[in-house]
Write a protein that binds this ligand. Structure first.
Ligand SMILES: C[S@@+](CC[C@H](N)C(=O)[O-])C[C@H]1O[C@@H](n2cnc3c(N)ncnc32)[C@H](O)[C@@H]1O
Length: 280
C-alpha cells in the first residue's frame, strides 16, 4: 500500500468516525437563529465591532446589532464593501459604519481602539497567524468577544492538535472534500492553495481542534463563558477578557534591550562580537 493511499484511508476514517461520534452526542442548534439571539443579548447599549462580517453575510450581524440597540456599530473587513451590503445599508438608512483593514495589522488595530463587544466569526482560520489575531482581538475587546471558527475533530491521542493545510497532497485535500461534501468551497483545505498576489487570506490555513482553540484563547487573555456547537466542524465561543498576556515580548523589545546592553560598554571595551549598532 502506498503511503499516500494509507494517509488518505487514515484521514478519511478519522474524519468520518469523528462526525458519527459528534452527531450522535449533540443536538446542534441552528446557527443563524442562535447568532441573532446572541447579538440581541450582547449588543443593547454597547459599542459593537464586527470583524470580518462582509463576505456572504453582507453586514447582517452589524445590522442585527444596530436593530438591537447598540450605541455604535462598525463593520471592519479586508474586502471592498459588497454591492449587497451597500444595498441593505441604503434600504435601512443604517448608521452602521464600514472600515476596510487587516486584523493582522497592528496599526489598523490601534486605530480601531477598544469596543464593548467584538464579534469575529469565520476569520482566524483564514490566517497564517491566528494566535496573533487573537492577541489583536484581545486588545480590541472591553467586555465580550464572540469568536466563531471552523474546527477539526480532535486528533486521537493528541491534545491541542492543528493541521497546517497548505502544501498537503491531493489525496489529503480529497479526504477533506469528501468529509465536507464540498470540492470547491475551501481553497487550501479541500483544493489547492490560492497563491495569486494578495489573495492568501481567501485560503484555509489552519485546521484547529477545539482543544487548541480553547488553549489559544486562554493564552491570548480570554476566559471562555459559553460555547455553541453548530456542527462537527463549526463553533461559536463567547469569551470575556482576562488579564492581558504580558509574557509575549512587545515588538522592538529585543532590539531595545540589545541597544541598552551595548550602551553599557565604553567604545574601547566593546566585546569583539559587538556589531556596531545603528541607533537613531
Ligand atoms: C468566511 S467570511 C466570514 C463572514 C461572516 N463573518 C460569517 O461568519 O459568515 C471571512 C470574512 O473575513 C474577512 N477577513 C479575512 N481575513 C481578514 C483579515 N485579516 N482582516 C480583516 N478581514 C478579514 C473576509 O474578507 C471575509 O469577509
Amino acid at each position: 500500500m502506498s503511503s499516500r493511499y494509507f494517509t488518505s484511508l487514515v484521514t478519511r476514517a478519522w474524519l468520518a468516525s469523528s462526525r458519527q461520534i459528534a452527531e450522535r452526542r449533540r443536538n446542534f442548534p441552528p446557527m443563524g437563529e442562535n447568532r441573532q439571539r446572541l447579538v440581541e443579548a450582547l449588543a443593547p447599549h454597547r459599542s459593537f465591532l464586527d470583524v470580518g462580517g462582509m463576505y456572504a453575510v453582507a453586514g447582517d450581524v452589524a445590522f442585527w446589532a444596530e436593530d438591537a440597540g447598540a450605541t455604535e456599530v462598525l463593520l471592519f473587513d479586508g474586502m471592498d464593501p459588497s454591492t449587497e451590503f451597500v444595498r441593505k445599508h441604503e434600504a435601512r438608512q443604517s448608521i452602521v459604519k464600514y472600515r476596510q483593514g487587516d486584523l493582522h495589522d497592528p496599526e489598523d488595530v490601534r486605530l480601531l481602539g477598544p469596543w464593548d463587544v467584538v464579534w469575529c466569526a469565520g476569520v482566524i482560520y483564514h490566517s497564517p497567524d491566528p494566535y496573533r489575531q487573537l492577541l489583536h482581538l484581545r486588545s480590541l475587546t472591553k467586555e465580550t468577544l464572540l469568536l466563531g471558527s471552523h474546527i477539526i475533530p480532535e486528533v486521537p491521542g493528541i491534545e491541542g492538535g492543528c493541521i497546517f493545510y497548505p502544501g498537503r497532497s491531493e489525496v489529503s485535500e480529497a479526504a477533506f472534500a469528501a468529509f465536507h461534501n464540498e470540492v470547491d468551497a475551501y481553497p487550501g483545505m479541500t483544493k489547492p492553495f490560492i497563491d495569486a498576489p494578495a489573495m492568501a487570506y481567501a485560503n484555509m490555513w489552519w485546521g484547529i481542534s477545539l482543544s487548541a482553540l480553547r488553549a489559544m484563547l486562554h493564552y491570548a487573555g480570554f476566559e471562555i463563558v459559553s460555547e455553541y456547537r453548530y456542527s462537527t466542524t463549526f463553533i461559536d465561543i463567547v469569551a470575556q477578557p482576562g488579564p492581558e498576556p504580558n509574557f509575549i515580548p512587545p515588538l522592538g523589545f529585543s532590539r531595545e534591550r540589545g541597544h541598552s546592553l551595548l550602551e553599557t560598554f565604553e567604545d574601547v571595551e566593546r566585546p569583539t562580537w559587538c556589531e556596531v549598532p545603528v541607533i537613531d
